[in-house]
Design a protein around this ligand. Structure first.
Ligand code: LLP
Length: 468
């Protein structure tokens, strides 16, 4: 990694395993050493819908411990209002100009969540045929879908062409050729936007940095003009736009602005070559507050990008964004019940383990990126906090949700892992034959179970014993 343009000076990145202090300095929410979870936090950063009401933790007014007891744990709980409020930030700033917010549904693809965004006028950024199926099942409009991803299969291309997606964000010359073939065979001209890799450092964790030369994504900036010429010459394709994505959990505007300049340079060149671009897609959204990050509001990002667009005379183009995390991340929590407390001989190097019923299979981010996610008791207890590692039942030492958290807990308590609305449930697995969690969507005073807990029978229903 490294070496990209606009490298944010002094940014620290997570790498390797978590250190003994329970995390590493890293880009936002990923391995960052966070403040110790205090026993009585005054405010829950970044999540205005989540409040500490006396001892009770409430999301949209609902008592989270009670929800955990009612639906069982592990349980994801989301606030519909928080999602719509987050979306409104983008929409306000884009008002009065042609635009489309394509929710990056990889962040959270529950049908009711998709339905919420579809009803609010969103399109969707998809990366698989499966995600397209979900959009359609949720009542979304294929004509508002952009199809991203480096490895689209011919079958997925056909599926998307027949459904009538808004465009394919093409990431390589090989993909252009294949899409042209599939489009001609299907009899539907494929709308194409090229995903350009601007070689800009987003200042985020290496695993979720996508706009550097060394990343697998997009067509290199230097090769983009030639790729546009090729695309324009292929009869099965119709060039409609330009697109990029430089990474996720980006907490500063500057990498986006650097990217915008490089994209707009290309727009000038591509149009000078006689190829019109109807839309400009700036990719994903901003990062969120997991601990002490302070990303600017979406309005600021959008406004500053639009200034650049207008300054270059492209104010008449449709503007697209593909935000994921910032729309749903702080709208959700993962509830988990404490099973056992296993204090260690800390004076001899041991650790205190708080063993909960959620694990890395439910929430992968801490194990995968050393992500620091805030953990709060749903009912705060009085007492002297002890320093706990919050770990799951999975048989791996990397199975932790949080390390070195100062909490007053007892077996049977319900804890909430905050900011779990994005890349939580969508990355869950059935490792250790653990059924995936249930999901609840709060809509004002209403409580909707939007995904039932899996049964173990469902997990192996498609498996077969050998005959005899
Ligand atoms: N568009 C494309 C093409 C993407 O690949 C992504 C995210 C987005 C949009 C949305 O970006 P956002 O607004 O969410 O930053 N699992 C990781 C995050 C992976 C992000 C991958 N791409 C995590 O838990 O941090």
């Amino acid at each position: 990694m490294g070496g990209g343009r606009g490298a944010a000076a002094g940014r620290l990145r997570a790498e390797g395993a978590a250190d003994a202090a329970g995390g590493r300095a890293g880009a936002g929410g990923i391995g960052r050493v966070g403040p110790r979870a205090m026993s009585a936090p005054a405010a829950l950063p970044g999540a205005p819908h989540l409040v500490r009401d006396g001892a009770v933790l409430r999301l949209d007014g609902h008592d989270l411990a009670a929800l955990g007891r009612r639906f069982g744990t592990p349980l994801y709980v989301y606030s519909r209002r928080a999602m719509l409020d987050a979306l409104a930030g983008y929409q306000r700033a884009l008002q009065g100009r042609r635009h489309l917010v394509c929710y990056a549904m990889k962040a959270n693809s529950n049908l009711a969540v998709l339905q919420t965004f579809a009803q609010a006028g969103c399109g969707f950024d998809i990366v698989s045929g499966g995600e397209l199926d979900r959009v359609l099942a949720a009542g979304g409009d294929a004509a508002k879908v952009v199809f991203s991803g480096v490895g689209k299969t011919a079958a997925e291309m056909r599926q998307a062409l027949v459904a009538g997606v808004r465009c394919f964000n093409v990431e390589s010359e090989g993909e252009l050729e294949r899409l042209d073939e599939v489009a001609r065979a299907t009899g539907v001209r494929a709308p194409v936007s090229l995903r350009v890799n601007p070689d800009v450092d987003a200042g985020t964790h290496p695993y979720i940095s996508t706009g550097l030369k060394g990343n697998k994504f997009g067509i290199a900036h230097a090769d983009a003009l030639a790729a546009y010429r090729r695309a324009a010459a292929l009869p099965g394709l119709r060039v409609v736009g330009i697109d990029c994505h430089i990474g996720s959990q980006i907490t500063q505007v500057e990498p986006y602005l650097d990217t915008a300049e490089r994209m707009l340079d290309l727009v000038v060149q591509v149009e000078a070559a006689g190829i019109a671009l109807e839309h400009i897609d700036f990719g994903g959204g901003l990062g969120i507050t997991y601990t002490d990050e302070a990303p600017p509001p979406a309005e600021t990002l959008v406004r500053r990008l639009l200034e650049r667009v207008d300054a270059r005379g492209f104010g008449d183009r449709e503007i697209l964004f593909e935000p994921g995390r910032s729309l749903v991340g702080n709208a959700g929590v993962l509830l988990t019940e404490v099973q056992y407390l296993k204090p260690g001989r800390t004076d001899e190097g041991g650790r205190n383990f708080c063993i909960v019923d959620a694990a890395m299979n439910d929430l992968m981010r801490p194990a995968m990126y050393q992500a620091w996610m805030r953990i709060e008791p749903c009912r705060q207890r009085d007492g002297v906090p002890l320093r706990w590692d919050i770990v799951g039942p999975v048989c791996e030492s990397g199975d932790w949700l949080g390390r070195e958290r100062d909490l007053v807990v007892q077996a049977g308590d319900v804890l909430a892992v905050l900011s779990a609305g994005a890349y939580g449930m969508t990355m869950a697995s059935n490792y250790n034959t653990r059924p995936r969690a249930a999901e609840v969507l709060l809509d004002g005073t209403q409580v909707h179970l939007v995904r039932e807990r899996e049964s173990t029978a469902e997990l192996f229903a498609r498996e077969r014993l050998l005959p005899g």
